[in-house]
Design a protein around this ligand. Structure first.
Ligand code: SF4
Ligand code: SF4
Length: 208
């Protein structure tokens, strides 16, 4: 059994409640966010011969945390054995073992782990392991006012949402690690590798 997330991009309004609830719960500084909300936008306005304008513009949001991948590149890259994948499929960093090499930061195709320079440690979402152990859901799922996030047994989530896809832009190619995430793609959503749009809030979601 592996736990996973379901994200419904038809419901998400980009409100950031999930991100803020996570930052609050994990007491994160401005230097880190374990869940990030990407604003993906694209398209253009084209003037027609008769003077009218046709719009192909679109915008949608992607709320993404660690994907707790089936084949996590972070785990494979860590030279000190600081990253574990437990029996529930949760990928987490053992802070006392991490020496801050940053190998996981470089290896993760989704840009998830963040190196906190003051602590010389890499940090990332651990799916709220402590809450799960107490029979609770991850705080982001609990907080979403639009019920755009679900969490649970990945196989059960897939059964409940048979039309869900593995990824949408701007996520990296899911075939690299097989993320434990499924997504209900909104009509505007673009496929992975899309070049018609771009992340409009790059600074907000990038932690160097
Ligand atoms: S999303 Fe990145 S950090 Fe999370 S398990 Fe996958 S490879 Fe590791
Ligand atoms: S709290 Fe829900 S609606 Fe708001 S950004 Fe997160 S996933 Fe989207």
């Amino acid at each position: 059994m592996a736990y996973g997330f379901y994200f419904d991009s038809t419901r998400c309004t980009g409100c950031r409640t999930c991100e803020m609830a996570c930052k609050d719960y994990h007491d994160l500084s401005t230097e880190a966010a374990f869940r990030r909300v990407f604003d993906y936008e694209g398209g253009e306005f084209v003037e027609n011969a008769d003077g009218t304008v046709t719009a192909t513009t679109y915008a949608y949001h992607l709320s993404e945390a660690c994907n707790h991948c089936e084949s996590p590149k972070c785990f494979a890259a860590c030279p000190t054995g600081a990253i574990e994948k437990d029996e529930d499929g949760i990928v987490y960093i053992k802070e006392d073992v991490c020496t801050g090499t940053g190998a996981c930061v470089d290896a993760c195709p989704f840009g998830v782990p963040i190196l906190v320079k003051e602590k010389n440690k890499a940090v990332k979402c651990d799916m709220c392991r402590d809450r799960i152990a107490e029979g609770k859901r991850p705080i982001c799922v609990e907080a979403c006012p639009l019920r755009a996030l679900e969490w649970g047994d990945l196989d059960e989530l897939k059964k409940a949402h048979p039309d869900a896809v593995h990824a949408i832009a701007p996520m990296a190619d899911p075939s690299i690690t097989n993320p434990s995430v499924i997504i209900n793609a909104c009509p505007a959503a673009k496929e992975v590798g899309d070049t018609t749009g771009a992340v409009a809030n790059e600074k907000e979601v990038t932690f160097a």
